[in-house]
Design a protein. Structure first.
Length: 96
């Protein structure tokens, strides 16, 4: 059988929810607001496909640099490079 080469390839464990967490997320997580300069962690929400960053950025921490439509732009460090990730609020968690 030919191996799948989709965007979610190899994510069986990364994008898995525990049985009691299954289903839709609380609406408050989707309505979160972030200020510029605030730090946030990328935690991909598997039940929401829209605005999902690539799986390689799971658990990375970045700084919010702005908004693009309903999504937020984060600046993260990937090795020596700085990258800008565009993700919706469902896939971000505030860091205090």
């Amino acid at each position: 059988m030919k191996k799948s080469k989709g965007i979610r390839q190899g994510t069986r464990n990364i994008l898995r929810k525990k049985p009691r967490e299954r289903g839709l997320i609380p609406i408050t997580r989707a309505l979160q607001e972030f200020e510029e300069g605030e730090r946030a962690r990328i935690v991909i929400e598997p039940s929401v496909h829209k605005g999902q960053p690539h799986r390689r950025f799971q658990a990375n921490v970045g700084t919010i640099i702005g908004k693009q439509g309903k999504a937020f732009k984060l600046k993260i460090k990937d090795g020596k490079k700085e990258k800008i990730i565009i993700a919706r609020a469902e896939h971000l968690r505030k860091i205090d």
